[in-house]
Design a protein around this ligand. Structure first.
Ligand code: 5CA
Length: 444
């Protein structure tokens, strides 16, 4: 992309309406524009990041065997009356009437809709286990929307729903998602620590939040340092349904959960101190980016979702649900990874991965070399951002840094005359000179 043709409204000043650094940077670097309280326009650059995160979340859901569908944002109140949640949900639910005065709502979650799909089509244990997910906008009329996309009213969620014949296999579905989440967050460059959690309005009796560590996190967390060590992206996890894979998953999850982690809300500090040796105790603050629930027949029973079992009898389905805050993750990643110059994107989600800074746009030699690098990088499948604007060098450097392009190449008249470019690492701010031909080869 040529910056002169892009839409990237970068602001010099820190916006006064934003209290935390990720929100400030998302506004400054031109990712989002607030449209109303808790509702945002995703500008082209922000949308690129959102899509990159979505892609990783989707890949890991698919890998785990979950199947993607797309459910509507608008749901009928009648379905929610069947589950009994229409009245319970309270003011957080946005209730709407259509022209026939029928009650509708903008979905805050989708247990009812997905249960209705499954009860319509699934008749036999042979069709199970089944896990259906979608990545769809939700609306919750939060009392205090704040911190930008971290607590929005309209937000993008990945929500998966598992259906099983009995509690044993439902718990296995829970474990699959648990392991898929560990992989997902690590691929996003984050450390997702699972913590036992209260279940709230989703209900059920087994639940974990996935918390990522960041200085400005909403909850205080304490955890065992073993959570910092394991690399889940290289761990071989089988998502097959044979018994050996199931018991391998159980062993893996049990091992993870043997380590201690909790938020201050759980009031478990004493157990933590008793269970975790001093040198492994870690404390910090965290942001909830995922939440998983096993709730058995809470929805399937009132909604009458049953299948025929091997025994020839009808069984009420056992369910779980599994959320990831996809739009929240954009803020959370920035919260966990930035410096005084701006955003530092983890490589897997960086919206542009090579910045090309032309120090003298209009100078034939500089323009030609920049164009050559740009064309080559594009041909090689990189996603370069070429600052070809007629701007001061300082402004160009600041832009590349605030939007967090991981690797930047700087081209100026003196360097070109000497056959040299400067390559900068965004994270370390290290600059190294390279011969032009060596740099071109490194792209090749
Ligand atoms: N149905 C279940 C799981 S699919 C559910 O709704 N779970 S939840 O309420 O915990 O939400 C799932 C995730 O969505 C949360 O972990 C959080 O990351 C994200 N989320 C929830 N509320 C908001 C919000 N107001 N703004 C941004 N993200 C949110």
């Amino acid at each position: 992309m040529r910056l002169s043709r892009y839409f990237l409204p970068v602001a010099k000043e820190t916006p006064s309406e934003a209290q935390i650094v990720s929100h400030q940077l998302m506004l400054r670097a031109g990712l989002i524009k607030q449209q109303q309280a808790g509702v945002y326009v995703w500008l082209p650059f922000g949308l690129k990041v959102l899509r990159n995160i979505e892609k990783i979340v989707r890949e890991e859901q698919d890998r785990s065997g979950a199947l993607e569908l797309l459910m509507p944002t608008m749901q009928s109140a009648d379905l929610w009356r069947e589950s009994g949640r229409y009245d319970d949900y309270g003011a957080e639910m946005l209730r709407i009437k259509d022209r026939h005065e029928r009650d509708m709502l903008f979905g805050p979650t989708a247990e009812e809709v997905v249960t209705d799909v499954v009860r319509t089509y699934i008749r036999s244990y042979k069709d199970l286990p089944l896990n259906l997910y979608n990545i769809q906008w939700k609306f919750r009329d939060e009392v205090r929307p704040r911190f930008g996309v971290m607590r929005g009213r309209e937000f993008l969620m990945k929500d998966a729903y598992s259906f099983d014949i009995d509690a044993d296999s439902a718990v296995d579905a829970y474990r699959k998602m648990f392991l898929a989440y560990l992989r997902t967050f690590q691929r996003l460059g984050l450390r997702g620590v699972p913590m036992r959690a209260a279940t709230g309005p989703i209900g059920g009796d087994l639940s974990h939040e996935f918390i990522i560590l960041a200085k400005n996190g909403e909850s205080a967390v304490f955890y065992d340092s073993v959570y910092e060590d394991k690399d889940w992206t290289t761990t071989d996890i089988s998502f097959e349904n044979d018994d050996a894979s199931k018991s391998a998953r159980k062993a893996m999850v049990d091992e993870v959960l043997a380590a201690y982690a909790a938020t201050d809300e759980m009031h478990e500090e004493e157990q933590f101190l008793a269970n975790v040796p001093e040198d492994r105790r870690r404390e910090g603050r965290g942001i909830e980016v995922g939440h998983i629930f096993f709730f058995g027949d809470k929805y399937s029973k009132p909604m009458n979702a049953k299948v025929m079992g091997k025994d020839g009898k009808e069984h009420v389905l056992q369910m779980g649900s599994y959320g990831i805050g996809v739009s929240r993750l954009v803020g959370a990643v920035i919260e966990a990874s930035h410096d005084e110059h701006g955003i530092i994107w983890p490589t897997e989600i960086a919206p542009f991965n090579l910045g090309i800074v032309n120090l003298k746009s209009g100078d034939t030699a500089c323009d030609e070399l920049c164009k050559k690098i740009y064309d080559l990088a594009t041909a090689k499948g990189l996603d370069p951002l070429y600052d070809d604007r007629d701007e001061r060098a300082g402004a160009k450097f600041a832009t590349m840094d605030v939007i967090g392009v991981p690797k930047q190449v700087v081209i100026g008249p003196r360097g070109v005359a000497n056959g040299i470019v400067e390559v900068k690492n965004r994270k370390t701010q290290e600059k190294t000179e390279m011969k032009i031909e060596d740099f071109l080869k490194s792209i090749e």
